[in-house]
Design a protein around this ligand. Structure first.
Ligand code: HEC
Length: 108
């Protein structure tokens, strides 16, 4: 019985890991498509637009909750205060979750 329970738990964990990896993958695709014109989206390159922070540095500037809110509300309504050159984006909650998951993969 214990073995069965641990097998089920392991299966659930693997499922969760796979789901998070898929989400990060979608976030990366999204970033490559809509953000990489200005922001560096990998772990090494400089940003094509020098004033746009590389995505790998975002977690140094903001805690995840703040970044999440910014993506969900700020970019949506163009309220990125003090960032006039950042264009407006319409992100739904899935886009935000995927981006957050992808940003996490850049943090080491
Ligand atoms: C046309 C260029 C451009 C594109 C495209 C762009 N950004 Fe930016 N972004 C900027 C610039 C420039 C800044 C730095 C702030 C400023 O001066 O406007 C910035 C800042 C940011 C910040 C930091 C804001 C803060 O206050 O910490 C986040 C987060 C961000 N961008 C996310 C994104 C995401 C997500 C996308 C794609 C959906 C994206 N950006 C696409 C130019 C761009």
């Amino acid at each position: 019985m214990l073995r069965f329970v641990s097998a089920v738990l392991m299966f659930l964990c693997l499922g969760a890991v796979a789901a998070r990896a898929a989400s990060a993958e979608r976030g990366f695709d999204f970033a490559r498509m809509f953000c990489s014109r200005c922001h560096a989206v990998d772990k090494l390159s400089p940003s094509p637009l020098a004033t746009a922070p590389p995505f790998r540095t975002l977690h140094l500037q903001r805690p995840p909750k703040s970044l999440n809110d910014l993506l969900a509300e700020g970019i949506l309504t163009g309220r990125l205060s003090g960032h006039p050159t950042m264009p407006q984006f319409q992100l739904n909650q899935t886009n935000v979750d995927d981006l957050m998951e992808y940003f996490r993969t850049l943090e080491q």
